[in-house]
Design a protein around this ligand. Structure first.
Ligand code: NAP
Length: 289
């Protein structure tokens, strides 16, 4: 059980966690904090949190667990605001989509990496934002990656792991660096491609016609380009090195594909497409299984 959980940033991710934990009765009290009293009042009205304060220091007082669910670019500011009012027993965790940048932000704010910081990242989400978009089932059968640090207390790590297990998620551990590389490839690259292709098409002369005739393929491929631009700006900047590395690989593969099409090399193209289809079909089976 958690006595007092403080969620800083009660949007899609923080709100969905609160809803799931409330359904399980896992926290005696859930307090929210962020910039806007209107957003927080909405979260109270929807039954997502019990109370709130826009004063972060007030909100975190007496909390046994603080979870920071704000965009990556706001993490350091949050850590700086709460650093003087927390004790070594207060567990601080987060949901940020890149992990090295969160650890670095904490180090800058606290002057050292706090032993009670247990970085985390739920691999779940939608292209929607805000508490209205949150739902209790978001984490069911989804993975949550924790990237525990050397100086973490195993009991505190276990407490955060148990919290996520309550939501129906599967918890995995990874190093910070490995997390950032894996997520750059599996999540950050596809989002950059979706934003990029919409931008490319929008700039073409006949954009009216292009969007008029865009069908299922365009819709499936670009759904995630409706995601929050601020969040994705922050992810790109905060996971820059890992993302650039995987983008470079992608650009090289695109050049290869370009030359195969240029040379009308049907045999090589079908071999490449067969391979990709086989992998995508297996992934589909895995999802359905
Ligand atoms: P969201 O729905 O937009 O919620 C963000 C929350 O942060 C809002 O409650 C907002 O409330 C608050 N906030 C924003 N800027 C702030 C600031 N400067 N100071 C204090 N509070 C601030 O976003 P989300 O999708 O839940 O994403 C939150 C975090 O989860 C991000 O770090 C993201 O990388 C990570 N994440 C997202 C997904 C996804 O698919 N969406 C998946 C996994 C992880 P106010 O406007 O009231 O301040």
């Amino acid at each position: 059980m958690i006595e007092k959980l403080c969620i800083i940033g009660v949007g899609l991710i923080g709100g969905s966690l609160a809803r799931a934990l409330k359904e399980k009765g896992y926290c005696k009290q859930i307090v929210g904090s962020s910039r806007s009293a209107d957003h927080l009042q909405k979260a109270v009205d929807l039954g997502v949190i019990d109370s709130y304060s826009t004063d972060m220091q007030e909100a975190v007082k007496g909390a046994d667990v603080i979870i920071v669910c704000v965009p990556l670019g706001a993490m350091e500011m949050v850590f700086s605001k709460i650093k003087d009012v927390i004790t070594p027993d207060t567990i601080i965790t987060d949901v940020g989509s890149s992990k090295q940048s969160v650890v670095d932000a904490a180090e800058r704010a606290f002057g050292e990496i706090p032993a009670s910081l247990i970085p985390g990242h739920p691999i779940a989400g939608t292209e929607k934002s805000g508490v209205e978009a949150s739902f209790a089932e978001l984490y069911q059968r989804r993975k949550v990656i924790l990237t525990p640090l050397e100086n973490n207390n195993p009991e505190q790590v276990e407490k955060i792991e148990n919290m996520w297990l309550q939501t129906g998620a599967e918890v995995r551990h990874m190093s910070v660096q490995h997390h950032d590389e894996v997520l750059a490839a599996t999540s950050h690259l596809p989002h950059v491609l979706a934003f990029g292709i919409v931008d490319t098409l929008a700039k073409m002369d006949s954009q009216q016609e292009i969007f008029e005739y865009a069908a299922g393929g365009f819709r499936d491929f670009t759904r995630i380009a409706s995601s929050d631009p601020v969040m994705w700006r922050d992810i790109c900047v905060n996971n820059r090195d890992a993302l650039l590395k995987v983008m470079r690989n992608y650009i090289e593969d695109m050049e290869l594909l370009y030359s195969l099409i240029e040379q009308s090399d049907g045999e090589a193209l079908s071999e490449l497409f067969e391979g990709a289809k086989g992998i995508r079909d297996k992934f589909n089976d895995m999802l359905q299984g």
